[in-house]
Design a protein around this ligand. Structure first.
Ligand SMILES: O=C([O-])CC(=O)C(=O)O
Ligand SMILES: [Mg+2]
Length: 387
């Protein structure tokens, strides 16, 4: 098989929401279509990819470095021994002449293309991605449903406690048992009021509520919040300080007994390994949120999984950031602990198949070959328009 063309574009996923660090007024993301010479039902098979929320489109890097390397490569260099497309070999090709470290936006550009290549490889095999992955990288018996929690609870102009409660109630009505809200964008007293308002909706059950700081706190504030929220017994306390401040995380983990989650802004094996080495993360209770769509794709995520296993971590401690279909397949195939979901945000890219049903905080997968963007009508329309 050969890659015939690669098309790249940008789609807005903006909204009026705000976390403790950024607002999403100009958030967008890159999308790509990788067209192959494999024809099925009279049409060429096409793989699609995009980057999840939080990092902007990476078009310049895609156009100048990543896509030309893919198109200029000897077609054989992209194939496995069995002659099939091998995204891991393509990864080496697109990373040619890239120095180590400084992972920034490059990991986003590579992640978008890597996703499209996995979508394409599974489509060529005629399998949904989770089955294709499970046969190659898992134990051949993927999970048939994946734990998902509803992320939201953002700050927004004019948003009242009542609005926050209504938002959370709607998540429960949609089938979610666990919800997440933002903290750290107000002072401690106001955030505690917001947390208690949400706990009221959850019947006082803190184990169904996660809180997310988006990296805002210094050590003093992190410890003050830790003391204040520990009695609630929350699902997790997320991204407490700067993503690269491993020592801060380690100190908080010595003082906060509940689960901590972090990793959504660590985009490489090396950064993930530093978190495990120096961040004080506890394999018996904490959660790792590395997002394959932002961090060099699934090819790098598989290396991270190997590293975690070497350090005694179960894949079940991983619940990727991003709320997208790619990680849903990965979660089922590699038997992760679950996947994020944003029922109300980041359209048209975010979320699962249009007819996906969440039941008791679990969602099933579709049997559509590849990732299944074809089952997400609005997004598929945008992707189709690329080529
Ligand atoms: O608000 C964001 O940037 C998204 C986020 O942290 C999350 O989904 O955990
Ligand atoms: Mg987060």
């Amino acid at each position: 098989m050969k890659i015939v063309s690669v098309h790249e574009g940008v789609v807005p996923i903006s909204s009026s929401i705000r976390n403790a660090w950024i607002d999403f007024s100009s958030m967008d993301c890159s999308i790509v279509a990788v067209v192959s010479d494999v024809v099925r039902d009279g049409k060429p098979l096409v793989g699609y990819g995009f980057n999840s929320n939080g990092r902007y489109s990476a078009g310049e890097i895609l156009r100048r470095r990543i896509v030309p390397r893919l198109l200029d490569a000897d077609p054989e260099a992209l194939l496995a021994e069995d002659g099939q497309l091998d995204p891991a070999r393509a990864w080496d090709v697109v990373m040619t002449n890239e120095k180590p470290g400084g992972h920034g936006e490059r990991s986003v550009a590579v992640g978008v293309v890597d996703m499209a290549l996995f979508d394409l490889a599974a489509k060529i095999a005629g399998q949904p991605l989770y089955r294709w992955l499970s046969d190659r990288y898992g134990d051949g018996e993927p999970d048939d449903k994946v734990f998902v929690y509803a992320a939201g609870g953002y700050y927004a102009p004019g948003k009242s406690l009542r609005d926050l409660q209504d938002e959370m109630r709607a998540f429960l009505d949609q089938g979610y048992r666990v919800v997440k809200m933002k903290i750290g964008g107000a002072d401690l007293a106001e955030d505690l009021e917001r947390i208690e308002a949400v706990l009221e909706v959850l019947g006082g059950d803190g184990s169904r509520l996660a809180v997310d700081v988006n990296g805002r706190f210094d050590l003093t504030t992190a410890l003050a919040y830790a003391r204040a929220i520990e009695p609630y017994g929350l699902f997790w306390y997320e991204e407490i300080g700067d993503p690269l401040d491993y020592r801060l995380n380690a100190i908080v983990s010595e003082h906060y007994r509940g689960p901590i989650a972090t990793g959504e802004n660590l985009f490489s094996l090396q950064d993930a390994r530093n978190l495990i080495r120096y961040g004080g993360m506890r394999p018996d209770r904490d959660y790792l949120q590395f997002d394959p769509a932002l961090g060099y794709g699934l090819t790098e995520y598989l290396r991270i999984q190997d590293m975690l296993a070497q350090h005694g971590w179960s894949a079940r401690r991983c619940i990727p950031h991003g709320g997208h279909q790619f990680s849903l397949h990965i979660a089922a195939a590699l038997k992760l602990g679950g996947n994020e979901s944003y029922p109300g945000e980041f359209q048209p890219t975010g979320g699962f198949a249009d007819d996906a049903v969440v039941e008791d905080s679990y969602v099933g997968l579709t049997d559509t070959p590849g990732i299944g963007f074809e089952r997400k009508a609005e997004f598929y329309r945008v992707l189709r328009a690329l080529h």
